[in-house]
Design a protein around this ligand. Sequence first.
Ligand SMILES: Cc1cc2nc3c(=O)[nH]c(=O)nc-3n(C[C@H](O)[C@H](O)[C@H](O)COP(=O)(O)O)c2cc1C
Length: 395
Amino acid sequence: MAAAASSAQPRDLFAPYKMGNFNLSHRVVLAPMTRCRAIDGIPGPALAEYYSQRTTPGGFLISEGTMICDTAAGFPHVPGIYTDDQVNAWKSVVDAVHAKGGIFFCQLWHVGRASHAVYQPGGSAPVSSTEVPVSERWRILMPDGSYGVYTKPRALRESEITEMVNHYRLAAVNAIRAGFDGIELHGAHGYLIDQFLKDGINKRSDRYGGSVGNRCSFLMEIVRAVVMAIGVDRVGVRISPAIDHLDAMDSNPLNLGLAVVERLNTLQLELGSRLSYLHVTQPRYTAYGQTESGRLGSEDEEARLIRTWRKAYQGTFICSGGFTRDLGMKAVADGDADLVSYGRLFISNPDLVLRFKINAPLKKYIRKTFYTQDPVVGYTDYPFLDQKQKLMSNL
Ligand SMILES: Cc1cc2nc3c(=O)[nH]c(=O)nc-3n(C[C@H](O)[C@H](O)[C@H](O)COP(=O)(O)O)c2cc1C
């Protein structure tokens, strides 16, 4: 297998990039972001408008976290990809992105214990690797907009883990049926897969707990299952070994990240082909921007972690978290990332790619509308640059 995917390609945020079979026209990626506008789990016209607004020809977009089964939700009005109605509804959203030449992956999500009985079928307990709830340091957004306490989960039995892997596989197949170009496995931010990866949560004594290898088993079984179902070049993986969101702490984040990277590399060698990418969230304190999230680590320490994983991973590497235009340009120029995913700046700047290109001023995002259900306000009503602003910007 050849050296890292980045070596032969120009290191410029605005230069094209070949990600497997996908020809990207630039490196500015829409980060996956939950927006709670898919009423009752069905993506409607508002989502088509939102994603279409953020599409550029040859641009790469990752969808919001999308439920793989009926126990997967921990936010109100998150879209699903496990019923025919959901799959059919996604088709219009995907078509809108494709009509503008975008490349669109669906992020497959199960929140695990980061849920509440109110989001579970029959009001039952959420499922996890553990029976320990998310601590009261964190609060869950309830359907009525208030904040509640996370419900105590029950630990999945081994046979149920096999079923869960199958839910991921079916969701991946459904995503392709809906027209998505690929899927991203959400293995980050304290949700179900991360609840298996981190030794601060996973105290299991079966083959899914204990050693770091065992803790990677759930993720790797899912990766294998989806790769076999839809093809290795349509699968991306997201992890955040150094982020303690929702108590997802590990005693050795560097090692955990390397363990995942090594296993992905081995799988790629075995298959003779690469995954689409590895997507890593930066642990930078300001990164996620949620006051409660992120570990207060030094910039040097963070850079060391990310660089170590980046160097070790044989393939396309996406970074996310607190990137500005300049930081993104620098990360790509320095070879620290092939692609950079932008979250909050993309919420409030639908034409972020153009604004970055011409170094135009950016619109500020309004946090209080991140998770509301209005199909327009705080969602599709952020302005595009007008002609005058374009001319006034530094070209
Ligand atoms: C409103 C909001 C929703 C998010 N939802 C998700 C999600 O569904 N899946 C995910 O992997 N990350 C999610 N994130 C994290 C983003 O993908 C991204 O990593 C984070 O915002 C840091 O990037 P930024 O500094 O450019 O915003 C979310 C972030 C925000 C602000």
